[in-house]
Design a protein around this ligand. Structure first.
Ligand code: SIN
Length: 522
């Protein structure tokens, strides 16, 4: 390989983007990585609990697979989950080779526990600073490998290219100095949509534009209705919604209501370690019942030394906010956390657009079903990142199959947008209120209509303007609302009061694809 196909463009710098870029380099290619903020700013950096892999003596990929399927509410793609759980240990070995300083006990890698895992299988680093350690280590390896890295370069559009891949349009964050890359393989590792929700654990960069841009370019997207909410973020008024890791419950912390009762006991056999969707809805109901704005995470029964040693980031955050978790209960409430859906891919990261690969949170591999098992996302970025890097190197053909239901979404190609923060605020509020943890048909319809209206308002008819944040946010939000409206059941993280139970007829994935615009319009 010597031409443009040997110079792939990787967009995004979380674990998936950094790892793919490194592996492409090791496979003999010359990737460039671009990212819209600083290299180290991504969702990965804030991951606390750990990264899941069946490496313990009492564990196996088969057990990991069974737990992943049980959490996924009947929708896990078994082939994808088998790949994930079988290949996870080898990818952990890669991280060790790169120098990730995993925590150890008596010379062996220490393993933590999270909800719905039947074994302790979370590798962690710096206690609860796992994401930070991963991000820093991979970033340093990337720079050492001499990989070209461009910060503050924002992907604005993907246009039709040639057999090498699409044409990527990039610009500075303020939209100036537009660069049009020649056609070449593009790997999207642009992450999820979390910060489009008013209450979110995600950093501001998680605005879903990679998914919106790929959809505009004609890529099949899937599972957009499945937005995972994390049950326990710090909920004190005026303080950031800092994540209080599930691994704290894995060590024995419990949830209590204002009356001090453990409201999950009797509700699910695993109580506080029930799957994340169950815990989130239980908290939401408790909040609605009590009229309070939070419930309490109680770690006061745990040894103080353990809590402070294992969770240094959480404990220092809490102490900085005047709360000692060994003495006081922590006010917590759910927040938007993870986009299960995204751009549909096959098992090698190929999207439905030739030469466009998608990895990490931006991809929908089907591996998480309707509810992701905690700590399966970092490892997903590695496992499918490795496979995408190899597929790209070999230029092997493929792509996702259409799921049984694919909705054709009318829409313009387009693009441009004045950056109106008022509109962005409205999108964030509506997603939280109307497309959140508990959904109704009426709320979804209202939200969808408004997102489409905003999309049209900010998208001029001219096709060559560049997509801006609001246009992408409105489109990503509309895709979520449309899919949630179409799925007339409740399953995993998607809960509707008008269809409160799963329906066998809906035991399949849901795709969305842009309808072809009428001739003469792009
Ligand atoms: C957590 O540490 O609770 C979050 C882990 C994850 O979302 O995978």
């Amino acid at each position: 390989m010597t031409g443009r196909e040997a110079r792939p463009l990787v967009v995004g710098s979380g674990i998936a983007g950094l790892y793919v870029a490194l592996r492409l380099r090791e496979l003999g290619l010359r990737p460039t990585i671009v990212t819209k903020a600083r290299l180290e700013e991504s969702n990965t950096r804030y991951a606390q609990g750990g990264i899941a892999a069946a490496i313990g003596p009492d564990d196996s990929p088969a057990r990991h697979l069974a737990d992943t399927e049980r959490a996924g509410a009947g929708l896990v793609d078994r082939a994808a989950a088998r790949v994930l759980t079988r290949e996870a240990p080898a990818r952990i070995a890669d991280l060790v080779r790169y120098g990730v300083p995993f925590d150890t006990v008596e010379g062996r890698i220490a393993l933590g526990r999270e909800a719905a895992h039947s074994r302790s299988r979370l590798l962690h680093a710096g206690g609860d600073a796992t994401g930070f350690s991963l991000e820093e280590t991979l970033k340093h390896r990337l720079l050492e490998a001499g990989i070209e890295a461009r910060e503050r370069a924002v992907l604005r559009a993907l246009r039709p290219g040639d057999r090498n891949g699409p044409v990527a349009v990039l610009s500075a964050p303020n939209g100036t100095a537009v660069e049009v890359e020649p056609p070449r393989p593009v790997v999207l590792a642009t992450g999820g949509v979390g910060s489009l929700y008013l209450q979110s654990s995600n950093p501001a960069v998680a605005t879903g534009e990679g998914i919106a841009i790929a959809f505009r370019a004609g890529a099949l997207v899937a599972d957009m209705e499945f937005v995972q909410f994390h049950p326990t973020a710090f909920a004190r008024e005026g303080a950031p919604r800092f994540l209080i890791t599930e691994a704290l419950r894995g060590e024995g912390a419990v949830l209590r209501n204002a009356e001090g009762e453990r409201f999950l006991v009797g509700r699910h056999p695993d109580a506080e370690l029930a799957p994340r969707d169950v815990v989130t809805r239980a908290i939401q109901e408790e909040i609605a019942r009590s009229g309070e704005r939070w419930v309490y995470l109680d770690a006061t029964g745990l040894p103080r030394d353990l809590v402070f040693a294992r969770f240094p980031s959480v404990t220092s955050f809490l102490l900085a906010h005047g709360l000692d978790p060994s003495r006081e209960r922590i006010p917590v409430a759910p927040v938007a956390h993870y986009m299960i859906g995204g751009v549909a891919t096959d098992l090698d990261g190929r999207s439905s657009i030739p030469g466009l690969y998608v990895v990490g949170e931006a991809a929908a591999t089907g591996v998480h079903g309707a509810n992701r098992l905690g700590s399966n996302s970092l490892v997903e970025g590695l496992v499918f990142g490795e496979r995408a890097a190899r597929a790209l190197r070999q230029r092997s053909p493929g792509g996702p199959r259409d799921p049984p239901t694919v909705i054709s979404v009318p829409g313009r190609a387009g693009l441009g947008a004045p950056e109106e923060t008022g509109l962005l605020d409205e999108i964030r509020s509506r997603l939280w209120e109307e497309v959140g943890i508990v959904r109704t048909a009426g709320g979804l319809r209202t939200a969808l209509a408004r997102f489409e209206e905003i999309g049209q308002q900010v998208e001029p008819a001219r096709s060559e303007a560049l997509a801006g944040t609001v246009a992408n946010a409105a489109l990503a939000a509309a895709l979520i609302a449309r899919a949630a409206l179409a799925r007339t059941e409740s399953r995993g993280v998607h809960f509707r009061t008008d269809h409160p139970r799963p329906r066998p007829a809906w035991r399949h994935h849901l795709g969305l694809r842009r309808a072809r615009p009428p001739a003469g319009r792009r």
